[in-house]
Design a protein around this ligand. Structure first.
Ligand code: ZN
Length: 239
């Protein structure tokens, strides 16, 4: 049941005929893991928290650095040197004390990824391909949705993986993506908000997901385009 305070907090979204109190209850019951509390994670976590996703798990192994602050707006100048999961949790709890936030300081690897994910739906807010592919493997094995987003400078992309139905990340990425990439703060905010929108739609069971669709955003030309994705019949993860 939703308490009086929750009905008031979420009043404007409950007004939507696709949402209603029943949708808000679904969000309250949902469990979402956000892997990465950086630029993408800042936008994703903020909007999932204020929307009322009931249980959010944040995983990040890094500390806040000055060079993060052009885009990672969950963290402030005073947080430099703190664990990102701690400053993220503090900020999110201040935004919405009606939800539960679990902060885990960890670097995701082959040994811990299965237990970290547990039965949470997965939002990929990472900055490196090997970890993204590990999350993808767990999503496919455990039949959990994976919400992918990636950025480079003014460009970004997003897709939603539904195991058993859509292409997986491994079908999409065979090459390598460079390490330290240039980022303009607005780009992860835009892509992260797209990922958060996908999560909310998935939980509510409404709209059309980015299933087998890679959405590509170019901030300089201010154009969105889309590429149709296909399962790779030889994919080592999802065939
Ligand atoms: Zn695949």
């Amino acid at each position: 049941m939703l308490r009086k305070q929750e009905l008031e907090r979420y009043e404007r979204q409950i007004l939507l005929p696709e949402w209603l109190k029943s949708g808000q209850q679904k969000l309250k019951k949902a469990k979402v893991l956000v892997a990465g509390a950086g630029g993408l994670g800042s936008a994703i976590l903020t909007y999932l928290a204020v929307a009322g996703v009931g249980r959010i798990k944040i995983i990040d192994g890094d500390r806040v650095e000055l060079s993060n602050l052009n885009r990672q707006m969950l963290h402030s100048d005073k947080d430099i040197g703190r664990d990102k999961v701690d400053s993220a949790k503090e900020r999110l709890e201040a935004l919405n004390p009606d939800i539960s936030i679990e902060a885990i300081k960890a670097t995701i690897n082959e040994n811990n990824v299965f237990s970290l994910v547990a039965d949470y739906m997965i939002v990929d807010a990472m900055d490196n391909l090997p970890t993204r592919l590990l999350l993808n493997r767990v999503a496919v094995k455990k039949n959990l949705p994976l919400f992918h987003g990636a950025i480079y400078g003014f460009e970004g992309r997003a897709t939603t993986v539904i195991p058993g139905k859509t292409a997986c990340l491994r079908c999409l990425y065979q090459g390598v993506i460079p390490g330290k990439i240039p980022v303009v703060g607005v780009t992860p905010a835009i892509i992260g908000c797209i990922q958060a929108t996908e999560v909310i739609k998935y939980i509510l069971g409404i709209g059309e997901l980015l299933a087998d669709r890679l959405l590509i955003y170019d901030g300089l030309s201010m154009k969105f385009s889309e590429v149709k994705l296909k399962k790779d019949p030889n994919c080592p993860e999802c065939k």
